[in-house]
Design a protein around this ligand. Structure first.
Ligand code: TXA
Ligand code: MG
Length: 347
């Protein structure tokens, strides 16, 4: 499909979304067009979840392989029964504690959810976002919204409307501009259909925090007996420049590597927590030592370094500790070598 539609930016106050802005976006969605909207994690690209034709447009706009299922976003906790069946008590405990919030639960799919939302599978990802614009929009449409992150496949997720427009401008009808996202990395994805549950993707909610409410330890993706979550490609969440990941606190090695790249005539960038210095021509971004503040800043930093056209980014790994798991995971994925052929990675 050739897509060159103008993408409208609809300004919207993140705390008190205007009913007019939400109604405009909702009417586009109801007519089957795609609208990006802010959630507390990252911007999502929405389509009404029960409209298979509109959902198919998401895959086209993102150039996402059809075997990668979408998360269904609901506006109220009891909507969960509109999209899932056989919901175990443990899932309800997690819903009670963490919805709305940055957690996606994988459950048995309700028959009315179209097959392309779940990539033909029997399970569905469900999330209730905490962002007032996301909640207001879903309420205004009146049905759950299927929404992946609003970026082209394998690119860095957007945390501002500008990021969305850079990646998908001309390919979607509109973006609700609610400013920067407060969490900054994608939700934790927890599969409740395995025993014990599998944490497919770590998020800002620490695994131990989730386990305390679930009342059991989770298995990691590598230990899971089932097929991997289709979205967990090794290289994902990656900027254009190659990434070299170096240990936390190893200031000397980071400075050495930056000097080597400069000597080779490259334009290096750096994303560090330590007090690193480097020669003129190196773009250094200092990231905060606080987990939440780091997450909020991470993807914007990738987007900025891409805009500065650096050839390589030397990244200081985050510290030890489960609180940093989601961030360590994103950095590891961003640093994975690019696949020769994306389709070969698909399980
Ligand atoms: O924070 C978020 O989760 C954002 C916002 C917009 O809600 N969404 C997001 O969607 O990151 P996406 O599509 O970029 O990532 C969803 C991940 C993918 O890795 C996908 O494979 C996995 O969740 N997923 C979705 N449904 C699944 C299912 N039924 N079984 C296993 N994995 C699933
Ligand atoms: Mg994504």
């Amino acid at each position: 499909m050739q897509c060159t539609m103008p993408t409208e930016r609809i300004p919207c106050d993140p705390r008190h979304p205007s009913p007019e802005a939400l109604a405009k976006a909702a009417s586009l969605l109801r007519s089957g067009q795609l609208v990006a909207f802010p959630t507390e994690t990252v911007y999502g690209l929405g389509a009404p979840a029960f409209d298979a034709t509109a959902v198919a447009r998401i895959f086209t706009a993102k150039r996402r392989p059809p075997n990668n299922p979408l998360i269904v976003h609901i506006a109220e906790t009891d909507w969960i029964e509109r999209v899932a069946v056989d919901i175990p008590p443990m899932a309800y405990r997690l819903v009670e504690a963490f919805f709305p919030g940055p957690l996606t639960l994988i459950l048995r799919k309700h028959p009315q959810v179209p097959a392309n939302v779940t990539a033909g599978g029997t399970t569905v990802g469900v999330r209730l976002p905490a962002h007032p614009i996301a909640q207001g929009l879903i309420q205004a449409v009146g049905v759950p919204l299927a929404a992946p992150s609003a970026n082209r496949f394998t690119e860095v997720s957007p945390t501002t409307a500008d990021h969305v427009l850079k990646s998908l401008g001309g390919r979607i009808a509109a973006v609700l501009d609610g400013g920067p996202c407060s969490v900054g990395i994608e939700s934790a994805v927890l599969d409740m259909t395995t025993t014990p549950p599998t944490l497919w993707r770590a998020g800002i909610l620490a695994q131990t925090t989730l386990e305390a409410v679930a009342g059991c330890r989770f298995q990691s993706p590598s230990g899971a007996a089932t097929a991997p979550s289709p979205g967990q490609f090794p290289r994902h969440y990656a900027p254009r420049a190659r990434i070299e990941l170096l240990p936390f606190g190893d200031r000397v090695r980071i400075e050495e590597r930056l000097a080597v790249y400069q000597a080779q005539g490259c334009r290096p960038g750096a994303m560090v927590l330590s007090d690193v210095t480097a020669g003129v021509g190196t773009v250094i971004i200092y990231l905060p030592q606080d987990v939440a503040a780091y997450a909020r800043r991470l993807y914007a930093a990738f987007h900025e370094l891409d805009a500065q056209l650096v050839d390589v980014i030397v990244v200081e790994q985050v510290p030890e500790g489960t609180a940093w798991d989601g961030l360590r995971d994103r950095l590891r994925r961003a640093a994975a070598p690019p696949p020769v052929d994306i389709s070969e990675e698909t399980p």
